[in-house]
Design a protein around this ligand. Structure first.
Ligand code: ZN
Ligand code: ZN
Ligand code: FE
Length: 753
């Protein structure tokens, strides 16, 4: 049986207002109809009837006709037994073929009369082999306290053994090849358990009963280097590549300025903050109770917390920011290293620049050989890469190790398995089975050949692990995103989703809702259906479609991408729009590029870049969001009246805010106050746009700019003061990592209609 040839669902204008889009799904109908009259019938349906929502559909039909019986999948398709009045059975049989789910293909239908049983209730019966196929794959879990005690107990047979684990902790997601989750389906398969380990494994009273990766020094994996040797090298200021759960880290002494500088140079990472691993977080940061709880949670993410002024770490670990990303040791090897080393270690992804993390031994040697002075590796293979998660108290910034592949519920059930391919930066993909969305770990920026091939490998592994064959795809509308190109090349039905609608849908769906709502999406860059770059958007939307209510007035980006790296160019474009003099010496030259390469952008990120450049924070950035982060920091908690900002014909005139920044700077006003007034001005302008839109009374907030805590707090407060209900992200990152989830929600909803 083959799937139907690709049919792309383009967006079409169905809503009354201009610039309105809706995703719709054509409903397939089949014309055959059932026959025969009986009080109980057995119906066998063949064709594509599994994983297409067929059983819930049958259940609904049977309940509607008040029939008893059951529906069940088996190796050949679906078996149904229904019992009731003859005319109701006839109606049921007709509806079964006429109203079948859109992705179902009924190839064969047999009916027979059987003895009635007097059954009144109708149920969906479980099939024998189904348990395995839909079994959930657990995430990786940090070493538990019981294992830690054994690790440091000289009397224990696993004393100092870096692969100790139990049923409550240890590697999962990163060692599983396929389901069901048995040792034979993991990368522990090649390690035969010794007598002692097997006894524990088979003893229901033992805490290692069916702990699939269990092992000991006699039978388990081995390190390539003694931890003590690695610690000596780290103390000398050397860089060591350390194999972790989902890939290699590059480690060095976080207090050693030269070591950190060398790591940055070799890794080609200029200023983007580096994460730190420590057993004593209280020496480095001020921890709020919720930050402490996250830090100590079994997921063990990197937590962003405020750095202490006297933190004993090198300035170049996190230059220009008062935030520090830190994590506790989460594998037995980490615990051994940290206990021996004492101080804090830089623990950053094993890659060059923003490439995918290295996770295979040979690959790591090849790619990290020029960076690391030594390798601390081992012979337990990693089955799939998975980078560390990054969270701040209110929401995740990167949802990856410890969380993947934990399912997130969708507010609507997909009638067939589907795959959403996400965006391009901070990329993730999302696989949906029923109402369960399995978000991939962080894939990084999908803009290089290496990243793209890693994406395809990750995808294949993920689908195999979940046992899912997608029947519908969703992707970003962007013509050039590699993941979108991949999706378009598949022979499957495809829903192309506008970037900021996906942001809004992600926030709605994460909060268990389908809309309608207003959506304030403040973001960097996304493809608009009008060919301009969108990113400062107020939408009125639900999971079915959206209407662009108002947006930031677009400005030209002089030099396109170059303007994103050099925010002064955007500041210049804004100043011209605001009819203010441009102070940047390079402008007369760059201005020429306005004639040839200056795409229009309504991106909110660009407005923050402009203000930051004007305030002299930086004219160039070395990582995305850097200027905005520094602007937020400058504003701090300084109080200021918001700058005024007009809206004309649905265009929020951001240049008004830049004019104020310029004029106050010229008047010698305090820069922190200017930054604060700018933040409040953006918030007020957005909230006033919501107030003008008036309905619905719920506003969802998404987009990378809402990682800015001051902006988020101000927008939320102002909206609530005006009686709006506010929904924000708490399970998913507000940045583009949430896009695949939003696409998935939209596609699932389109199927359900
Ligand atoms: Zn344990
Ligand atoms: Zn053993
Ligand atoms: Fe985005």
């Amino acid at each position: 049986m083959s799937l139907r040839k690709a049919r792309t669902l383009r967006v079409g204008a169905l809503m009354p207002a201009p610039a309105a889009y809706i995703y719709a799904e054509a409903v397939t109908t089949l014309s055959e109809s059932g026959q025969g009259v009986a009080q109980r019938r057995r119906v066998r349906v063949g064709g594509i009837v599994q994983g297409v929502g067929f059983r819930p559909f049958v259940y609904g039909l049977a309940r509607a006709q008040e029939l008893g019986g059951f529906v069940r999948n088996d190796a050949r398709g679906v078996v149904i037994e229904v019992e009731g009045a003859t005319e109701k059975l006839d109606l049921f049989a007709a509806a079964l073929v006429e109203q079948a789910p859109p992705l179902a293909r009924i190839a064969a239908l047999e009916e027979s009369e059987i003895e009635p049983r007097g059954e009144q209730d109708f149920t969906i019966a479980q099939s024998a082999d189904e348990g395995a196929r839909t079994a959930l794959v657990p995430a990786d879990i940090a070493t538990c306290d019981d294992c830690l005690r054994e690790l440091f107990d000289p009397q224990d047979r696993r004393f100092g053994y870096p692969f100790i684990n139990c049923t409550n902790c240890g590697p999962r997601f990163t060692i599983i090849r396929s389901v069901p989750y048995d040792r034979t389906n993991t990368s522990m398969a090649s390690f035969e358990m010794c007598e002692a380990c097997r006894r524990e494994y088979e003893d229901p009273a033992n805490r290692r009963f069916h702990a699939e990766p269990t092992c000991c020094p006699d039978c388990g994996p081995r390190l390539s280097l003694e931890p003590g040797q690695a610690v000596s090298l780290l103390r000398e200021g050397k860089i060591v590549a350390i194999k972790g759960l989902g890939g290699y880290h590059l480690a060095c002494d976080a207090a050693n300025e030269q070591a950190v500088a060398r790591l940055r140079e070799r890794k080609r990472r200029e200023e983007k903050p580096l994460a730190v691993m420590t057993s004593s977080p209280e020496l480095l940061v001020e921890l709020a109770p919720e930050e402490e709880a996250l830090l100590r949670s079994a997921e063990r993410p990197i937590v962003l917390a405020r750095r202490r002024a006297d933190a004993p770490i090198a300035a170049s670990v996190a230059p220009g920011t008062e935030w520090l990303g830190l994590m506790l040791p989460y594998t037995p090897l980490h615990h051994l290293l940290c206990a021996d080393f004492g101080g804090a270690l830089v623990m950053t992804s094993g890659n060059i620049s923003d490439e995918p993390i290295a996770f295979e031994n040979e690959e790591a040697k090849r790619r990290l050989g020029q960076i690391a002075d030594a390798f601390l590796s081992h012979d337990r293979p990693i089955e799939r890469r998975c980078e560390d998660s990054v969270v701040r108290a209110a929401f995740p910034i990167r949802r990856s190790r410890g969380y993947a592949p934990m399912a997130l519920p969708l507010p609507v059930s997909a009638r067939a398995p589907l795959l959403a391919t996400g965006a391009e930066l901070k990329s993730t993909f999302c696989v949906v089975r029923g109402d369960q969305a399995f978000l991939s770990p962080h894939l990084g920026d999908l803009d290089t050949e290496l990243a793209y091939s890693a994406f395809r490998t990750d995808l294949e592994l993920y689908l195999a692990m979940l046992g899912v064959e997608p029947e519908l795809l969703a992707c970003d509308l962007h013509p050039d995103y590699l993941a979108s190109k991949w999706a378009r090349a598949q022979e499957l039905k495809l829903v192309e989703v506008q970037h900021h609608h996906a942001h809004a849908a992600a926030c709605l769906a994460e909060n268990g809702e389908t809309g309608p709502a207003l959506a304030l999406v403040l973001d960097g860059t996304g493809y608009g259906p009008d060919g301009t770059i969108w990113g400062g958007e107020l939408l009125r939307c639900d999971l079915a479609g959206f209407e662009r209510v108002s947006h930031l007035d677009p400005v030209p980006l002089p030099g396109g991408e170059a303007a994103v790296r050099e925010p002064w160019r955007i500041a210049a474009a804004y100043l011209e729009r605001a009819e203010r003099p441009v102070p940047f010496p390079g402008w007369s030259r760059v201005r020429e590029s306005l004639k040839v390469n200056a795409p229009l952008s309504s991106g909110a990120g660009r407005l923050f870049d402009a203000a930051a450049a004007l305030l002299g924070l930086r004219e160039k950035v070395s990582y995305e969001g850097q200027a905005a982060i520094e602007l937020e920091q400058l504003a701090g908690h300084v109080e200021a009246e918001p700058y005024p900002c007009r809206e004309e014909d649905g265009h929020i005139l951001g240049a008004d805010l830049i004019a104020c920044v310029h004029d106050d700077l010229a008047a010698g006003r305090d820069r922190a106050e200017i930054a604060a007034a700018f933040h409040e001005g953006v918030a007020l302008a957005c909230v006033e746009a919501c107030a003008r839109a008036a309905e619905p009374r719920t506003v969802v907030l998404s987009g990378g700019c809402f990682q800015n805590l001051r902006l988020l707090a101000s927008v939320r407060r102002r909206l609530e003061e005006r009686g709006f209900r506010v929904l924000a992200h708490s399970l998913l990152p507000p940045n583009d990592a949430c896009i695949s989830f939003g696409q998935a929600a939209i596609a699932a909803y389109a199927m359900a209609r």
